[in-house]
Every structure is written in structure tokens, then in C-alpha cells.
Design a protein around this ligand. Structure first.
Ligand code: PEP
Ligand code: MN
Length: 259
């Protein structure tokens, strides 16, 4: 990857790479507007700058909840507007890029699609900020080349996201690779964040891994939060309760103050 000057990426009022740690938080999947609003208000009060919520979900099993699709985009747009909070949501299919881009402030390319070159070109052409997750078995070089696809399509507004890779270790969902995330940031000049929720698959590990990533110098976190994780339609085991997120946000702010 051609190393250029470090870039900041602005999403609403949030600036990635500008020195402030940016927290993105919300449910794995948008389940209904009420829970989305409740969660958004709570994470915003706690210090999150960006609301996350999945409308289209890339589930491992076709029998699992696939997301509400288009109706969820409207919910994200309305809740984001009501709270003046920018929104990030995943796009799975080139045919949906326009619709998703019209409703959200940042497009997420998920782990399973990191090498979907058609999708990378399309999100590049959209000109929207992109949250590019590392593929679950992608090398650092492959991850940065995926970013280059977006850049080649004319869009440098990319935030890289390390979300854990698949290793021989099965005791947690994935293995958070902070070293590669730091190298990705250094080599690309792009802001880089961590997603300890998908990296661990375990609510109890989310805060410690998140703090480790921020202590190491990454630019922010993506955290799954649900008002009642035990009945979440998606990724409940790794979702923080509202209060748990507020506690983590306080710890992150304290950490930021000393680093
Ligand atoms: C998600 O953010 O909900 C998600 C599916 O993430 P990943 O692509 O990292 O699995
Ligand atoms: Mn999830």
C-alpha cells in the first residue's frame, strides 16, 4: 500500500484520527425503532459519538435473523436525526449501496465482504466514509489492499477496523490482533479502530480488550450494546447492557486522559 500522509476521517461531528477516541455503539441488529432509540440515547449520554445498528445482517446460518432490511434504514435515519448522532450501518450487496448511503453517515463493509471487490468499488464510488473491517482470515497486506480498492475508486474516507481473526484458539470467538491493527494504522496512515465485541464473542471480555486497544493507541472502538442482551436477535452473548457500556465509556475517557 502506498503510504500517504495520515488522514483524519470526519463523520458528522466525530473526527477519527484527530486524537480523540471515538466510540461507536449500538445493537448488532436494529430490532425495532423503540429499542434503537432507547439504546442510542443511552450510549450517546455515555459518550458514544456514532450510533451503530445493522439493517442487513451477514449471518453464518441462513436460518438466523437476517436483519429488518430497508425498514431498519428508516429507523436508523430517524433516530440519528432526532439525536443529532451520525449512524454507521453495514452494506452487504452492491445493489443496496445507494439506499444505505442515502440513510446513514458511514458505510460498514463487514469482515465477510472485505474482499468483495465489486462492493469495495461501489462504496468507493459512493464517496461516503467507510468502516472497513478486516476479513476474519485476512493478512495485514490483504486488508490494506482492500482499502486501496476504495481509494482507487476515489474515496479516501476510510476507517480500518480490527475485529479479530480466526486462529487455532477457540476459547474466544476470534483473536483480537492489536499488533496488526497498529501496523495497519502506521503503514496506511488511515485511522484504525477495534471491535472487541466480535473479536471476543463474550461480554466479559469486551471492556478489557477495548481498553487494551485504546491504551495501545488505536483511534476508537465499535461496541455492541443492547438494552436486554438475553433476548437480542443477534449477538446477545457479546452485547453489553446499557450500564456496562456507560462504565466502559468512563474507563476509556479516563484512559484517554492519561495517554
Ligand atoms: C457486525 O458488525 O455486526 C458484524 C457482522 O461484524 P463482522 O463483519 O466483524 O463479523
Ligand atoms: Mn454483531
Amino acid at each position: 500500500m502506498i503510504k500517504e500522509d495520515a488522514v483524519n476521517v470526519q463523520v458528522g461531528d466525530a473526527v477519527f484520527g484527530g486524537g480523540e477516541v471515538i466510540l461507536m455503539a449500538g445493537p448488532c441488529a436494529v430490532e425495532n425503532e423503540e429499542m434503537l432509540y432507547l439504546t442510542a440515547r443511552s450510549v450517546q449520554d455515555a459518550g458514544a459519538k456514532i450510533l451503530r445498528g445493522g439493517a442487513y445482517k451477514p449471518r453464518s446460518s441462513p436460518h438466523d435473523f437476517q436483519g429488518l432490511g430497508k425498514p431498519a434504514l428508516g429507523m436508523l435515519q430517524r433516530v440519528g436525526k432526532a439525536l443529532n448522532m451520525p449512524v454507521v450501518s453495514e452494506v452487504l450487496d452492491t445493489r443496496d449501496v445507494e439506499d444505505v448511503a442515502a440513510c446513514v453517515d458511514m458505510l460498514q463493509v463487514g469482515s465477510r465482504n472485505m474482499q468483495n471487490t465489486a462492493l469495495l468499488k461501489e462504496v468507493g464510488r459512493s464517496g461516503k466514509p467507510v468502516l472497513l473491517k478486516r476479513g476474519l482470515a485476512a493478512t495485514l497486506t490483504e486488508w490494506l489492499l482492500a482499502a486501496e480498492y476504495i481509494i482507487a475508486a476515489g474515496n479516501r474516507k476510510i476507517v480500518l477496523c480490527e475485529r479479530g481473526i480466526r486462529t487455532f484458539e477457540t476459547s474466544s470467538r476470534n483473536t483480537l490482533d492489536i499488533a496488526s491493527a497498529l501496523l495497519a494504522k502506521e503503514r496506511s496512515g488511515l485511522p484504525t479502530v477495534a471491535d472487541p465485541s466480535h473479536a471476543s464473542g463474550n461480554r466479559n471480555l469486551v471492556a478489557p480488550l477495548g481498553m487494551a486497544a485504546i491504551a495501545a493507541g488505536l483511534d476508537g472502538l465499535l461496541i455492541e450494546v443492547h438494552p436486554a442482551p438475553e433476548i437480542a436477535l443477534c449477538d446477545g452473548k457479546q452485547s453489553l447492557e446499557l450500564e456496562e457500556f456507560a462504565l466502559l465509556a468512563r474507563k476509556i475517557m479516563a484512559l484517554q486522559a492519561v495517554s
